[in-house]
Design a protein around this ligand. Structure first.
Ligand code: SF4
Length: 63
């Protein structure tokens, strides 16, 4: 099975970078924090850009 991205909501500062980089994968939840709503909604390379760009490094891969 493919790995999927995971957001540690406790650390997310709602900067919006992942949501703008991969709008098909990440969105803001009702709590204003990013969440993964469709792990297959974007290319893995784009998800990696979001992971690398997150200022608080709270996105990671789960195998
Ligand atoms: S890039 Fe990181 S801090 Fe910014 S919204 Fe996404 S998960 Fe939150």
């Amino acid at each position: 099975m493919a790995r999927v991205p995971y957001v540690d909501k406790d650390s997310c500062i709602s900067c919006g970078l992942c949501v703008s980089t991969c709008p098909g994968v990440f969105r803001f939840g009702e709590d204003g924090k990013s969440e993964v709503y469709d792990p297959a909604g974007g290319r893995e390379a784009d998800i990696q850009v979001a992971i690398d760009g997150c200022p608080v490094q709270c996105i990671s891969w789960k195998e």
